[in-house]
Ligand binder design. Structure first.
Ligand code: AMP
Length: 287
């Protein structure tokens, strides 16, 4: 595995592979790997001849009072894990190379970026869309792999590549969870033992909602009320949003017609956690 930080060097490697007719997969990340990241890498490993994993803590997607400075970083640990999965290039561009002096171009996916996390993190998806488009241009992959953990992000990126005619296939992969159900996240390392226990209420709430939907509950009110009850009964929690939305447009829905996405963001202590699940009236699916 090669660790590459130069933009021109990354482009050259990628161009050489393309000339040889090799198919390239890209997994964009902010590092501090866990099984969720590794599952995307394993998928990318199978889906293409060459696998690039980008590791870039993107300043453009953090708000002024967010955790850019304290975001967990450990390149040595990450490179060991990536090597084991069979990554060809770990791409680690420098912020100063990604956003050099004079930088002024940003991409906004308008409607999809507005609600949910976009409402509480203004500018977040503008930063995400911009960096993902830059990474796609730099690496020129045939396929790029993202987790459903960041469900709104996945929809924003699908729209971005469709609207701007970017020739890449976007693949969304299921959420990987800890044994007790907590969705894996680099930010889970911020949680104290008490908060870690409290954080499980997100999964418990999603599970309860799934069971309600399967038993015939369809209305947004009944579902969100149950979810809210479970979370507010848990100490250390503060709800940012609870939403029942159309799986693609992310517009709020009043009833589950076949399927809907339940998405939530909850602060546990000072750590903001997100999670989501598919709600369906008929079939059991991965939570
Ligand atoms: P991050 O490093 O947090 O920006 O995440 C990089 C990629 O990994 C994104 O596509 C995330 O959606 C995905 N990801 C993060 N956590 C998980 C998880 N628990 N399960 C599946 N994918 C995940």
């Amino acid at each position: 595995m090669e660790i590459v930080s130069g933009l021109a060097q990354m482009r050259q490697i990628s161009q050489d592979w393309r000339t040889q007719g090799q198919r390239i997969a890209l997994v964009p990340t902010m590092g501090y790997f866990h099984e969720g990241h590794l599952s995307l890498m394993r998928y990318g490993r199978e889906a293409a001849d060459r696998l690039v994993v980008s590791l870039f803590v993107n300043p453009a997607q953090f708000g002024p009072h967010e955790d850019l400075a304290t975001y967990p970083r450990d390149l040595e640990r990450d490179s060991g894990m990536a090597r084991e999965v069979g990554v060809d290039v770990l791409y680690t561009p420098e912020p100063a190379a990604m956003y050099p002096p004079g930088y002024q171009t940003y991409v906004t996916v308008e409607e999809l970026s507005r609600g949910l996390c976009g409402a509480s993190r203004p500018g977040h998806f503008r930063g995400v869309a911009t960096v993902v488009l830059k990474l796609l241009n730099q690496v020129q992959p045939d396929v790029a792999v993202f987790g459903e953990k960041d469900y709104q992000q996945l929809q924003v990126i699908r729209r971005l590549v469709a609207d701007l005619n970017v020739p890449v296939e976007i693949v969304g992969r299921p959420i990987v969870r800890e044994a007790d159900g907590l969705a894996m996240s680099s930010r889970n390392t911020y949680l104290s033992p008490e908060e870690r226990a409290a954080a499980l209420c997100l999964f418990r709430a999603l599970k309860a909602a799934r069971e309600l939907a399967l038993s015939g509950a369809k209305s947004r009110e009944s579902i969100l009320e149950a979810v809210k009850g479970i979370i507010t009964a848990t100490p250390h929690t503060d709800i940012d949003y609870l939403a029942l939305v159309h799986p693609e447009t992310l517009q709020e829905v009043n009833t589950i017609e076949k399927e809907a996405r339940l998405a939530l963001a909850v602060k546990v202590g000072k750590t903001r956690l997100i999670d989501n699940t598919l709600l369906s009236e008929s079939r059991l699916c991965c939570v």
